[in-house]
Design a protein around this ligand. Sequence first.
Ligand code: SAH
Ligand code: F3S
Length: 490
Amino acid sequence: MEKIIEEKKQGKPLALEANPNNTRKLYIESYGCQMNFSDSEIVASILSKEGYNTTDTLEDADLVLVNTCSIRDKAEQTVRKRLQKYNAVKAINPKMKVGVLGCMAERLKAKFLDEEKIVDMVVGPDAYKDIPNLLAEVEDGHNAVNVILSKDETYGDISPVRLNSNGVTAFVTITRGCDNMCTFCVVPFTRGRERSRDPYSILEEIQQLADQGFKEVTLLGQNVDSYLWYGGGLKKDFKKASKMAKATAVDFAQLLHKVANAQPHMRVRFATSNPQDISDDVLHAIAAHRNICKYIHLPVQSGSDRILQEMNRLHTRKEYMALIERIRTIIPDCAISQDMITGFPTETEEDHQDTLSLMEFVKYDLGFMFAYSERPGTLAARKLPDDVPEPIKKRRLAEIIALQRDHGLERTQAFVGKTVEILIEKESHRSDQHWSGRTTQSTVAVFPKEHYKAGDYVMVRIEDCTAATLIGTAIGYSDMEQPLMTETVA
Ligand code: SAH
Ligand code: F3S
């Protein structure tokens, strides 16, 4: 899930729509996964009703919020640096209030108020609706904290204010929390148990996006394949649901069919998939709809069975390879990307070789690779010493990154000479004469603008490439611009 965010500029909180009656200014910055960026849009919506419009100038803000990430130590250090920056601005403008949102707020709770004296408010990921009350506390001169995790909060009733938007692509959250308990991961502790959002509120939000001219949605969850709507509540309580609720439950494959059928002119993406939970029904749903993108982000973390087990990833190497083969059979043109952790406790050279050989087997289109970072409170931190020396972690990481670069280049080279459909997203950051968009496989393509505009579906002949980008020329509109016949599967 990290991926698309790293391509996006962090910060830059300008909203698409501003309320002319609002007089106060909110500066909101987001770090980490797409879910945080999406949550910040919910927070901006809640605060819009409290009289705040967003600003992209820190110095102008009445309220500064930072939506934080705890996934690795480095992510937390980045946020601490930003807090120092806010502190410097607050020294000039003491009326400015500072709030910490998201995973670091949840992990450190009230400790934040003591450690970071400049913080006025600490709000966990399930408590954003309480922000107006917390702000009232802050106005009264008190510090305010709410880090209560919820079993049913999905913010399904809040219509997000789109921040930093290109007007073409948007995120829509479909599940919150995670029940998987991978031993390295802090997310189950910071985002709580898994719950799914009402499909009708999802469809409504996407309809609003369509009405505003958006052309692509990415359905977000820590583990989208485990989406299950049965009338509300935690996923783990589904067993106790009534017969009626069970009979009318909606799973992820059914949700994909509903979204794809409702919006035949919109592209549908999703992230993140978990190998242990993705079903063949989901693969068939992707294959059945022209507008569901042929791209699966399928983190594996390691190619070694022993390490997978220590990580509590509930599949083996062999099962993962079988899944890859099923994807290749059911969706022949599907791109696959990975997340990989190197230097997990006890990882040997042999385990590392298993990771490299798995990569050779899959030849991922794209990858996000990290050195293991011990997170306090996780099972791995409690049970396993962080025993792979830093230089070895770094060397293994470099080998994995180099191999991924080779595979990425092989994948992009295979596009050269082909003509592919691109949805134009924005101006290329390298040239104001070129558009940047993506193939259904999520590969970035750039080409001369000509008369086309952002949001158009165009056919582009690919003439050249780098390891991550296709370069070509548009040859006309795609038939996605025309009324479409899509399969209607219930
Ligand atoms: N299911 C989530 C995973 C979130 S974390 C999703 O939607 O993407 C994103 C990635 O960060 C993980 O897949 C993993 O590769 C990496 N990661 C998580 N915890 C980590 C840790 N302690 N050290 C290093 N990398 C980690
Ligand atoms: Fe983390 Fe594993 Fe869930 S990586 S978010 S516990 S699927």
